[in-house]
Design a protein around this ligand. Structure first.
Ligand code: ZN
Length: 212
């Protein structure tokens, strides 16, 4: 490991003595218990089930989760990947969702350079460690796309058509993790790509769902 990456790990994963959302002192957590208790979990988290394809979202994209995701993605608080992975782990165990591999939503090289990291990769990496299941890194994003936020539902689908590519076969059940589920265009497109090479179940889980 190079010295620069060691320093990065220390900076990213140092335990803050305070909650990153409200500033209150915490004990080894990035979000305090009081803020965590405000997270609203979706009562019926299964969004869609189509054969061996399953789509879930865990929480509502609002309040604490929205702020935390913003801090994670745009504020670069990478250590939140641990807190988010804990939420996924609890959900996976409670809903008894077995899987053999874990994957994330890939970004193009340009997108990764712009943000500095891929947030769903960081979460998937923690889940991979927690369950001791291999992380699949060969789903690639092969085209630059427009920002989904600025597009209508129909435009989002066109924008994402055939943007993902998976070359190798996957034997077993695949978990794909995402941070925010909006119209489901990304979810359906990546699941479609994965299902061509993966013969097992494909379980797509988003940390949160934007419900407008
Ligand atoms: Zn707090």
């Amino acid at each position: 490991m190079k010295l620069s990456s060691v320093t990065n790990v220390i900076i990213d994963f140092i335990f803050p003595p305070f909650c990153i959302l409200c500033g209150k002192e915490t004990d080894k957590e990035y979000i305090c218990t009081e803020c965590k208790n405000k997270i609203r979990y979706i009562e019926y988290p299964l969004i869609e089930h189509d054969g061996r394809k399953f789509y879930y979202a865990i929480t509502y994209y609002e309040d604490v989760i929205e702020k935390a995701i913003q801090k994670f993605k745009f504020g670069g608080v990478k250590a939140l990947s641990i807190t988010f992975a804990d939420i996924f782990s609890e959900f996976i165990k409670n809903n008894n969702l077995p899987f053999d591999y874990v994957a994330y939503i890939p970004m193009t090289r340009r997108e990764t350079l712009r943000r500095g990291f891929n947030q769903t990769y960081l979460i998937a990496r923690e889940i991979s460690k927690a369950f001791n299941k291999p992380l699949i890194r060969d789903i690639k994003k092969i085209k630059e796309t427009k920002k989904q936020v600025e597009l209508s539902r129909r435009e989002r689908e066109v924008n994402l058509k055939n943007v993902f590519k998976l070359s190798n076969e996957i034997s077993g059940d695949l978990l794909i993790v995402d941070d925010v589920y909006t119209t489901g265009s990304t979810a359906r497109e990546i699941v479609k790509t994965a299902s061509k090479k993966c013969k097992g179940n494909i379980i797509f889980i988003s940390l949160s769902r934007r419900v407008s």
